[in-house]
Design a protein around this ligand. Structure first.
Ligand code: SF4
Length: 443
């Protein structure tokens, strides 16, 4: 920077899921590449950027509220850029309804975003290459990161806007992904969480997910390569047995099952196979695997007997972790216009009922872990109690599952320690260090 030149500051808000967080980290990399300095104080920022989420109405609402709040509090002359799924969902409406935004960029605009931002801030743009290769500024703790292996989705679930917002499936090559993963591990990351809209759809140049995970897991210094968002139908015996054999792949799978009624699954546009049979097969192919799933209640046409099938699935499958969502009619997704829409109150009640049942199951699952020992990656201080450190074992994915709270001697963030579970609650556990002087450390 030339002497006397003013340092411009940027503030970023990332909304939505882990996949959007990776995009936000690349966007931060773009901002710093343009010479802006990232600040955590929105009032000090010359550029405020919101990477929006818009796949359901509550996410749209949160995005708009965030934009308006930032706009009202920004300093005089500061610019506001709104990027990501909200402009991609309905750019024309935003142009007229959101005069607060100085720049609106859809995901299709990302290749020229450095130039658009440079124009907005009177800076000199530098070419950054394809979006997926922009350098990332991690917003997770330095010992863990997400690795987005693909963008978009080729499925057409009747309730989902993601294919229209993010386009068809586009996978990144094994070479590109191993290079990015090796850089992250060299920078101190010990846990990589692989994400995509449909992780199990990953294939590239004749290589499949098993090849990719094998290559990633071979990176020295990595503790865990964790798999999220596996499309149930694609979890074949061959793939699952192979994953189970790969060292550094924790026995953990997240598979969004969505429903238990074949009739509703068919209406959703998803394979109408028996989800309980799949759960049983997964546990046979990968002994000890921890399972997370998501279910959607209140899909149009769902009646009491369909809901009872979900209850039976939850009771019998005894998932380690369960997320339950109520259907939201999202135009232009086809299900928004399906007949027999379920009243919101009914969907809400069904959601509460499933969560109530899962709570008991989670508590029983966690109680069965008392006295057991696990390797635990120390996450950092508890949100509500900074003197107590928290961590996660193989059966707890970052952000979405429970935590382990440490008793007694407190380990340091980023360490991998051996800990023995002392107490269990429905979602969290307490544990003490097995050897207070020992550290399992990096492999
Ligand atoms: S698989 Fe997931 S991302 Fe793809 S259309 Fe279905 S719900 Fe949407």
């Amino acid at each position: 920077m030339a002497r006397g030149q003013k340092v411009l500051k940027a503030f970023m808000v990332s909304l939505g899921c882990a996949k959007n967080l990776v995009d936000s980290e690349r966007l931060l990399g773009c901002l710093t590449g343009l010479g802006l300095v990232v600040t955590d104080d929105p009032k000090a920022a010359d550029l405020l950027m919101v990477n929006t989420c818009a796949f359901i109405e509550p996410a749209v609402k949160e995005s708009i509220e965030t934009i308006l709040e930032l706009s009202q509090g920004k300093k005089k002359g500061a610019k506001l850029a709104v990027v990501g799924c909200l402009p991609s969902r309905d750019l024309a409406a935003l142009v007229s309804d959101l005069p607060e935004a100085d720049l609106l960029a859809t995901r299709a605009d990302y290749p020229r975003l450095p130039q658009l931002l440079a124009n907005l801030m009177n800076l000199k743009a530098k070419p950054l290459g394809p979006f997926e290769t922009w350098s990332r500024q991690l917003s997770t703790p330095p010992w863990r990161a997400y690795l987005k292996v693909a963008e978009g989705c080729d499925h057409r679930c009747a309730y989902c806007l993601i294919p229209s917002l993010r386009g068809p499936l586009a996978t990144r090559s094994l070479a590109e992904l191993t290079r990015e993963a090796a850089e992250l591990v060299a920078g101190g990351v010990v846990e990589l969480t692989l994400v995509a809209q449909d992780l199990t759809a990953w294939c590239h140049d004749g290589q499949d997910l098993g090849d990719l995970v094998s290559a990633l897991a071979a990176i020295n210094g990595l503790k865990w390569a964790r798999l999220m968002y596996a499309y149930p139908e694609r979890l074949t015996e061959k793939l699952v047995r192979r994953l189970a054999q790969i060292p550094r792949v924790p026995p953990y799978l997240d598979l969004p099952i969505q429903h238990a009624s074949p009739r509703i699954l068919k209406r959703m546009g998803r394979p109408a196979s028996d989800p309980l049979a799949l759960v049983k097969r997964l546990r046979e192919w990968w002994p000890g695997v921890a399972l997370r799933t998501t279910l959607m209640v209140g899909f149009p046409g769902e009646d009491e007997s369909d809901f009872e099938k979900m209850v039976a699935l939850v009771e019998e499958a005894r998932f380690d972790h369960l997320g339950v969502f109520a259907f939201e009619p999202e135009e232009p997704a086809p299900a928004a216009r399906f007949p027999h829409q379920v009243p919101r109150m009914v969907a809400k009640k069904r959601r509460i009922e499933l969560l109530k049942r899962q709570r008991k199951i989670s508590l029983a699952n966690n109680r069965a872990r008392v006295e057991a020992e696990y390797d635990v990656l120390v996450e950092g201080p508890a949100e509500d109690s900074p003197l107590i450190m928290t961590g996660r074992a193989y059966f707890q994915a970052p952000e979405v599952d429970g935590l382990i709270y440490f008793d007694g001697v407190q380990p340091l963030g980023g360490q991998v320690v051996r800990a023995k579970v002392t107490r269990a609650q429905a979602y969290d556990l307490a544990a003490g260090l097995v050897d207070e002087s020992a550290r399992v450390g990096r492999e």
